[in-house]
Design a protein around this ligand. Structure first.
Ligand code: DON
Length: 307
């Protein structure tokens, strides 16, 4: 097991690249983050953990929530229903790209990690009202993180709701092609709340650990996500989790991982660890620049690549 002294050294080393990144500002509230923050927690199956940096700082999940909503809709609707509406292929394009949608027949998004695909996934969350659907997702996240205090950040949700013109455009295109059928403002309400679910890197590492342990909470033995669905989610994390940086990340780091524009990265080292990282300075692909560096250092020094 890594000592927290060692981990601190890796954090200090990785922090040096934070100055080459920038915090996201297209969601105005995210622009308030401190670009020099860098925190990590690593959870082990026996419930112990190591951590370093600003571990108690909370951040919003943003795109990391896409893996969790995918798990929930696969449990809700089953494999065939979900993959009739969203594909399984990486795009090589940025996370919010609209370019490939028009070239696809049928017009379904290429995968559930890009915004177009995630919006379709969120539209599949079951429930009668936005509130009920959101609470189902939130309760699922509370169970995965073993923390029933998890909530969403209202200012971040509101800030995205007011500015998400491109996401609305993606939704309207998909509605034209009957991939999305619900009211778009309602879907944007649900999606922006989903992305604004907030926690610290300790909670995120616990969720990563459930994926790493094939859907089981190792401390309680409870199967929270069916094994097959956890496998599908981890595969998407490898092929699409870092968007158009997924190939390079697979070669350099080789850990199933999912990033978010608030600077979070969730990692799942199969059978071994859950990793939660927070570093809000982003590279030009929208991934935490110091977070990736930190994972690179860990993977190289401890041979964590799954390949
Ligand atoms: O839809 C959006 O643009 C954001 N709520 C989430 C995007 C995101 O996190 C991309 N990740 N790096």
């Amino acid at each position: 097991m890594l000592s927290s002294e060692e981990l601190k050294r890796f954090v200090n080393e990785a922090k040096k690249v934070a100055k080459d990144g920038e915090v996201a500002t297209y969601i105005p509230e995210l622009g308030k983050a401190n670009p020099n923050d860098l925190a990590i927690a690593i959870y082990y199956p026996d419930g112990s953990f190591v951590s370093a940096g600003e571990v108690h700082k909370k951040f919003t999940l943003q795109s990391i929530s896409k893996v969790i909503s995918l798990a929930l809709v696969l449990m809700d609707r089953g494999y065939d229903y979900v993959f009739e509406r969203v594909g399984m292929e990486p795009t090589g394009d940025p996370f919010n790209s609209i370019a490939k949608l028009e070239t696809m027949v049928p017009a379904k998004p290429l995968n559930p990690m890009i915004n177009a695909g995630a919006l379709v996934v969120t539209s599949m969350i079951k429930g009668d009202t936005v509130e009920e659907r959101f609470q189902r997702l939130l309760n699922f996240i509370k169970e995965l993180s073993d923390d029933d205090t998890v909530e969403f950040n209202e200012s971040v949700a509101q800030s995205e709701f007011e500015t998400a013109h491109l996401n609305r455009a993606l939704c309207y295109f998909l509605k034209q092609h009957s991939i999305i059928t619900e009211d778009i403002e309602q879907l944007m309400d649900l999606y922006t709340k989903q992305c604004a679910i907030e926690m610290n890197c300790l909670d995120l590492a616990k969720i990563g650990l459930v994926f790493a342990m094939d859907g089981v909470n190792p401390l309680t033995g409870k199967q929270i996500i069916p094994r097959e669905i956890a496998r599908i989610c981890k595969t998407f994390m490898v092929t699409c989790g870092m968007y158009n940086a997924s190939g390079e990340f697979a070669i350099k780091v080789g850990i199933p991982a999912k990033s978010g524009v608030a600077g979070g990265i969730m990692g799942a080292v199969p059978g071994k660890y859950g990793i939660g990282i927070f570093g809000p300075a982003l590279d030009d692909k929208g991934n935490s620049i110091a977070g990736i560096k930190l994972l690179h250092l860990l993977s190289k020094n401890y041979k964590l690549s799954i390949f």
